[in-house]
Design a protein around this ligand. Structure first.
Ligand SMILES: NC(=O)c1ccc[n+]([C@@H]2O[C@H](COP(=O)([O-])OP(=O)(O)OC[C@H]3O[C@@H](n4cnc5c(N)ncnc54)[C@H](OP(=O)(O)O)[C@@H]3O)[C@@H](O)[C@H]2O)c1
Length: 337
């Protein structure tokens, strides 16, 4: 259960490579015979990379998969249906950098009386230089962290995700599972500056990864706080909602789509050779969704197929509570709450 911190992203990457050779125990993949028939699973960013791999895997198990995407509609859904052997798949549009789009998406789920058994918050972005969304918020902060807070708050308060804390019937026998795709880069992040919380930041090609790590630190801190809030009785025994996060390791996805053109001829083959396929990278997500064990726990963090503690800062309940209240304040300023 290593809990290393890193001076910089390179040390985080090297640590990740070392972890692959670690002798720490790994979990075994869930057997193909385990079925998710009748389960409704939401996957954000499911038209590409890891999200698509997750969608195929869950559809193969018999789940009804809602692919929440801003592009690739309907082609990506047809591909996932075909690759899963005729799985039950639908696509819904959402732009996770746009508050109105997220509200419309949540309205539709509520109005259709959808009940989610699983939600995988996968969508993420790595702009090559800093950009803001139409609300003036930095894009990685907005998509990699804030969108999860916005969407989840609605889904929990509307009962689309059953839970006791927001006054809906809990499902103690079969708790819903929320999975966040984080990254080991959260360890190498600068600390969250709560005095400048939500203010746009400037970065270029060389320091973008640092702020990517910061967005994942926001997310990882949020995931722990959410797990604590939804399960006030603690993490042991019968959680009301199972909340987990993981770093999938390096994935050969479209994540580097904004890399400079001159780098692409090198980057693409390197990623194809050394990074995992989305199909393989989705195996630990499948573990969090489909294993019996993960339906009896909450607040677990995995790095690929190993359990770990996330960074110390991300687990700090005081920082988690401050993050929550600062986020609510920011959303009030934007008339979202
Ligand atoms: N690749 C890696 O090595 C790696 C390592 C650790 C963690 N991760 C994490 O894994 C997750 C999946 O990334 P990936 O590697 O599979 O990259 P990807 O192929 O680029 O997929 C990212 C997904 O996020 C979606 N997305 C981005 N901005 C969005 C927005 N505003 N609204 C709705 N959807 C949006 C993208 O949609 P569009 O196609 O429409 O842009 C795409 O479906 C991310 O959270 C990433 O941080 C990746």
């Amino acid at each position: 259960m290593a809990n290393r911190t890193h001076e910089n992203p390179l040390s985080a990457v090297l640590s990740g490579l070392l972890d692959q050779r670690s002798k720490d125990p790994k979990v075994d993949p869930v057997s193909d015979s385990v079925r998710l028939d009748g389960r409704v699973c939401l996957v954000t960013g499911a038209n590409s990379g890891l999200g698509k791999g997750i969608a195929v895997r869950l559809a193969k198990r018999g789940a009804h998969v809602i692919m929440a995407c801003r592009s690739g509609i309907p082609q990506a859904g047809e591909e996932v249906r075909a690759e899963s052997g005729g799985g039950s798949v639908e696509m819904m549009h959402v732009d996770l950098s746009d508050f109105d789009s997220m509200a419309a998406f949540c309205d539709e789920l509520r109005d259709r009386k959808v009940t989610l058994d699983v939600a995988v918050f996968n969508a993420g972005v790595v702009p090559v230089t800093s950009r803001t969304n139409e609300h003036g918020l930095e894009l990685m902060f907005a998509v990699n962290f804030l969108a999860k807070f916005v969407v989840l708050r609605r889904l929990l308060s509307d009962g689309v995700i059953p839970n006791a804390v927001y006054g809906h019937n809990s499902r103690a026998e079969d708790p819903p599972r929320l999975i966040f795709i984080s990254s080991e880069t959260h360890r190498s992040s600068i600390p969250i500056d709560f005095d400048t919380f939500g203010e746009p930041i400037e970065y270029g090609v060389t320091d973008g990864v640092k702020y990517y790590g910061l967005s994942k630190l926001h997310l990882t801190t949020f995931f722990h706080e959410l797990s604590r809030r939804l399960n006030p009785g603690g993490s042991g025994g019968n959680p009301d909602v199972c909340v987990h996060a993981l770093c999938p390791g390096a994935v050969n996805s479209n994540m580097a789509r904004e890399a400079p053109n001159w780098l692409m001829p090198v980057l693409k083959p390197v990623m194809a050779l050394f990074f995992q396929s989305p199909e393989k990278a989705s195996i630990p997500v499948d573990y969090l969704v489909a294993s019996d064990e993960m339906g009896e726990k909450t607040g677990e963090y995995m790095h690929m197929m190993r359990f770990k503690e996330s960074s110390e800062a991300s687990m700090d309940p005081d920082k988690g509570a401050l993050l929550w209240s600062k986020t609510e304040g920011l959303l009030r300023e934007h008339d979202v709450l």
